[in-house]
Design a protein around this ligand. Structure first.
Ligand SMILES: *Cc1c(COP(=O)(O)O)cnc(C)c1O
Length: 427
């Protein structure tokens, strides 16, 4: 059992200055009956807190750190870059280099813009879809999360769901009125929506592999239907690959499914641990961005050399990576943990795609947000409390996805299977 004394004291101080003591709500450990843990440092697959406890990390900063914490190559590239300055607000060679690297991996991104977060990327992609089509309505799926911009913070999965709310005060009704929401993976519902509103829809934004209501892969026929309907009605199809990009597969969900969106948004892994988002896609659409076109987009720190360098170094290493090594570890983990749940009579489902993995306390099918809502949250919270006290750093909400880095070893996986098994016995 671990001692969290210093974290508890640090949290008391933090809540005086920041709402909930944090800068993003999920970090506050809402609902889990313990205070958040303050981190001192991380190296590769491990995290170390200020009380001297260590953890095998499956959060990885909520996705970005596919090479683990403080990867040697990324850190030395950053050290070399920082001596020359951190931001110029003028063109640099590294911006083009990151764009070329991204395009070599995600060829549908014929042109792109760098921003500083996933939220900015999706917000800008939505504006572009509206500007390009001259229409206002945006379609999103219940339980998908696309950052916290006004148009998209409706039925938006993890953060809101953990707090049991469906949109936010402060978002004008006139804006949410333009956002149409449909259940995820529901082919008939989206078909009906297009029959009624098709010619008013500027764009459809989707997490092709949903990761913000637990891990729920989009069904192929569902994503194909989105491609078909948007083409037919002249709407823009936006794949939000902020989480799935470089994670479910080197080439993202679009590579995995062989479906090409009009626009793609990236974040998380693309910044290698620094703040980067990217939106891009068809040249014909992207050239409407200022100054080539008139859809406004800008950013003081967009494309800064530190962030670009972390991105280039990370993606360059990933191009050499064999993703099946990661999958093999998760195959093994899933098989063992599922068997242990079954032996202990715990309703449980575990799944993974590439380096994303997730589990639900249910033995029913989980294909949309309603299915997630029906899972056993008490068992999740019991599991969380057991795991965090026994050396696994996992997400504190049943609506989040877990991740694996290239650094996790077979030993880490064995240890993790053991913690799951021991936790099941306490339920
Ligand atoms: C994390 C996430 C975002 C938001 O990215 P931020 O960098 O947190 O603003 C958007 N879309 C998806 C799919 C995400 O997982």
């Amino acid at each position: 059992m671990k001692n969290f004394e210093k974290s508890i004291a640090a949290y008391k101080e933090a809540v005086r200055y920041m709402p909930g003591g944090v800068n993003s709500p999920v970090r506050a450990f809402s609902n889990v009956e313990m205070d958040p843990i303050f981190i001192e440092r991380g190296k590769n697959q491990y995290l170390y807190d200020i009380d001297g406890n260590s953890y095998v990390d499956y959060v990885l900063s909520w996705g970005p750190l596919i090479l683990g914490h403080a990867d040697d190559t990324v850190i030395s590239a950053l050290k070399e870059t920082i001596d020359r300055g951190t931001s110029f607000g003028a063109p640099t060679l590294v911006e083009t280099k990151l764009a070329q690297t991204i395009q070599s991996i995600v060829p549908s991104m014929e042109m792109m813009r760098m921003v500083s977060s996933g939220t900015e990327a999706t917000m800008s992609a939505v504006r572009l879809a509206r500007g390009y089509t001259g229409r206002d309505k945006i379609v999103k799926f219940i339980g998908n999360y696309h950052g916290h911009s006004d148009s998209l913070i409706v039925d938006a999965g993890s953060g809101l769901a953990t707090l049991d709310i469906n949109t936010s005060p402060g978002v004008p009704k006139s804006i949410t009125y333009e956002t149409l929401t449909v259940p995820y993976n529901d082919v008939e519902a989206i078909q009906r929506l297009f029959e009624n509103f098709g010619d008013e829809i500027a764009g459809v934004i989707v997490e092709p592999i949903a990761g913000n209501m637990g891990l729920i892969p989009g069904k192929k026929e569902f994503l194909q239907k989105l491609r078909e309907l948007t083409t037919q009605h002249g709407s823009v199809l936006i794949f939000d690959e902020v989480m799935s990009g470089f994670r479910c597969d080197l080439h993202g969900a679009q590579g995995l499914y062989g479906i090409t969106p009009d626009l793609t948004t990236l974040g998380k892994v693309v910044g290698g641990g620094l703040p980067v988002g990217v939106f891009g896609g068809k040249r014909e659409i992207m050239k409407n961005i200022t100054p080539e076109g008139s859809v406004y987009h800008a950013g003081t720190l967009s494309g800064n050399p530190l962030a670009m360098t972390a991105g280039i170094t990370t993606l360059t290493q990933l191009k050499e990576e064999d993703y099946s090594n990661i999958s093999r570890k998760l195959d093994y983990l899933s098989e063992k943990v599922q068997a242990s749940a079954n032996r202990n009579g715990i309703p449980f489902t575990i799944r993974h795609v590439g380096s994303m993995w997730g589990y639900f306390f249910t033995d029913g099918t989980v294909e949309n947000f309603d299915d997630v809502q029906a899972t056993n949250k008490d068992n999740f919270y019991k599991f969380f409390n057991y795991a965090i006290r026994n050396g696994l750093y996992i997400a504190s909400s049943p609506f989040e996805t877990s991740f694996l880095s290239t650094k996790h070893t077979d030993d880490d996986i064995e240890k993790t299977i053991q913690v799951f098994s021991d936790a099941f016995k306490t339920m």
